[in-house]
Design a protein around this ligand. Structure first.
Ligand SMILES: Cc1cc2nc3c(=O)[nH]c(=O)nc-3n(C[C@H](O)[C@H](O)[C@H](O)COP(=O)(O)O)c2cc1C
Length: 161
């Protein structure tokens, strides 16, 4: 695979971070973590309510500035946790902040059991790009962590070959 590669992700509880870091290390790419200005407490029981509402109402929370330009890359791996059967609000903010067109894009997600419309909804936001693949993981920090790391490595290598 020719070109510059970037892994972009948001993670509240670390699952998507684990996969994002695994992929980035495996293919030696740059990595960008999207961070909301006002973060939700990952230990609070309220997180489902607060985050779920944000996702359902398609909020775009303010995110911290970052100093790399995703538009400079040819291939982007974009990762999100599933919130209320779709992608996370921080990733919605990321999409609003960038104009990705003519890129090669691979999508990954972490969920607690159901991916819902996550990839379909992300692709709608990413019209005008080519999709190379998609993969979901079920809470990889809790379930079969080693196997999931291997699965992530295999997957990103198959995309980048
Ligand atoms: C606000 C919120 C909403 C969630 N909604 C879903 C859902 O609709 N379906 C699902 O399978 N898991 C859901 N989950 C579980 C997460 O997707 C799952 O635990 C994921 O691995 C978390 O990724 P992270 O550790 O990168 O934040 C939700 C979690 C939160 C905090």
């Amino acid at each position: 695979m020719q070109g510059k590669i970037l892994v972009v992700y948001y993670s509240l509880e670390g699952n998507t971070r684990l996969i994002a870091e695994t992929i980035s290390k495996e293919i030696s790419s740059d990595i960008l973590e999207i961070k909301p200005k006002k973060s939700i407490d990952p230990h609070s029981k309220m997180r489902y309510f607060i985050g779920g509402k944000q996702a359902i109402t398609k909020e775009k929370p303010e995110i911290l500035p970052y100093d790399i330009n995703p538009e400079d890359y040819d291939v982007l791996f974009i990762g999100t946790p599933v919130w209320a059967w779709t992608f996370s609000p921080a990733i919605r903010s990321f999409f609003a902040n960038t104009d990705l067109k003519g890129k090669k894009i691979a999508l990954f997600s972490c969920n607690g059991g159901g991916n819902g419309k996550t990839f379909k909804n992300m692709k709608e936001q990413l019209e005008g790009n080519e999709f190379l693949g998609e993969i979901e993981f079920k809470d990889p920090l809790k379930n079969d962590t080693k196997e999931n790391i291997e699965r992530a490595k295999k997957w990103c290598n198959s995309i980048c070959k």
